[in-house]
Design a binder for this molecule. Structure first.
Ligand code: CP3
Length: 343
């Protein structure tokens, strides 16, 4: 098996530098579109043979060094009792919205084997299929990011209801975080038990918070999850978008890998997090539209900066955009493998 990704997670400087991409399975791939033409997104997530099939597509087509389970961070929200729909052009819709103590109390604990058996079955199929290929990454949303979707009822730009809830009813808000922390813990533990070889927690919206709110409403819950998972022995990756202002607080989290978005140079992240840190990232997903020579220069700069960390896993700073030509993504994977051999 190609274990470059796992060795890099452990802090070994690996050549070529391993690369995988957030949202590497998705609409930019014609092969994914073909599967999606037959079933809706949630059915795809809940049909293990199909979810496994689209998980493998980027591994076979692009030659990335890790697979990421095909699912969505909102699957556990449904298991906790909310109704989940994906509306074309609108993204996810969750109902009812959770905005008070009653709402929080109505949320159920999850029992992964009973509530999300399809996720665990997908993992089992994938471990078998990936035996001679690459490691499998499992994932979840982080409690705060999940909370934003539950409180807003879907995607938002202002996070008005989330912040209002947090400021008006801080104790109830923490109860919600506690419940989501518990659900995330059992969800990730079950994925590890089923066979994932690393886990990434997506805290996509943590960056909307001031440092003080991050410190009291987010950090303790993320820490609790990662502390608990430490004994499972698989690498733990934390990703928070737009979070340079939080990085010194984030550095207190006990995890193997910090994923960084495109807004800062990786050497800045090394300055804050320390040279003993493993970094993942951090090309702007839009940079794939650059012409070859300019993209090459950007990739090289990222690899040079990443080389200052203990080790580096190449990734985008956020997910692959749906309108990027698949050949461009393949070009990037080959470029990272080629350039990093000479560093
Ligand atoms: O990375 C991968 O390839 C694994 C699969 C994966 C998906 N979503 C598939 C998906 C992962 C890891 C996610 C995480 C996720 N989902 C996050 C955190 C990371 C991030 O992007 O910030 C969030 C916030 C979500 C919630 C979500 N799911 C939204 C807001 C949307 C709608 C936006 C969109 O791109 O359509 C989704 C849908 C979704 N999740 C798709 C895929 C492939 C598109 C569904 C389709 O129409 O086929």
């Amino acid at each position: 098996m190609n274990d470059a990704f796992l060795r890099a997670c452990k802090g070994y400087k690996v050549r070529p530098v391993p690369i995988w991409l957030m949202r590497q399975a998705g609409r930019y791939l014609p092969e994914y579109q073909q599967v999606r033409g037959e079933v809706d997104f949630l059915t795809l997530c809940k049909t293990p043979e199909l979810a496994a099939k689209v998980t493998l597509q980027p591994v076979d087509i692009l030659g990335v060094d890790a697979a990421i389970l095909f699912s969505d961070i909102l699957i556990p929200a449904e298991a906790m009792g909310l109704e989940l729909n994906f509306v074309e052009g609108q993204g996810p819709i969750l109902s009812p919205t959770i905005r008070d103590k009653e709402g929080v109390n109505s949320l159920k604990d999850i029992e992964p084997k009973k509530d999300v058996p399809f996720v665990l079955d997908t993992i089992k199929i994938l471990r078998e299929e990936l035996k001679d290929k690459v490691p499998l990454i499992g994932f979840s949303g982080a409690p705060f990011t999940l909370a934003t979707y539950m409180i807003e009822g879907g995607s938002t730009k202002s996070f008005f209801h989330t912040k209002r809830f947090m400021y008006e009813k801080p104790d109830v808000f923490k109860e919600l975080m506690n419940k989501l922390c518990k659900a995330t813990l059992s969800y990730l533990s079950a994925q590890i038990e089923a066979g994932v070889q690393a886990v990434q927690m997506f805290d996509t919206w943590a960056g909307i918070l001031h440092q003080d709110e991050y410190q009291s409403f987010v950090l303790p819950f993320v820490q609790r999850i990662f502390d608990y998972l430490k004994s499972c022995g698989v690498p733990r990756i934390y990703f928070a978008l737009d979070s340079y202002h939080l990085l010194d607080i984030i550095s207190q989290i006990d995890c193997e890998v910090f994923a960084i978005d495109w807004r800062i140079n990786l050497d800045k992240a090394v300055e804050v997090l320390g040279e003993d840190t493993v970094l993942q990232g951090n090309l702007d997903p839009c940079a794939l539209f650059l012409e070859d020579s300019k993209l090459e220069k950007k990739v090289k700069n990222i690899l040079i900066a990443g080389n200052k960390a203990k080790s580096h896993i190449f990734n985008l700073g956020h997910g692959v955009l749906p309108n990027i030509p698949a050949e461009r993504v393949k070009f990037l994977v080959d470029l990272v493998h080629k350039i990093s051999m000479d560093l």
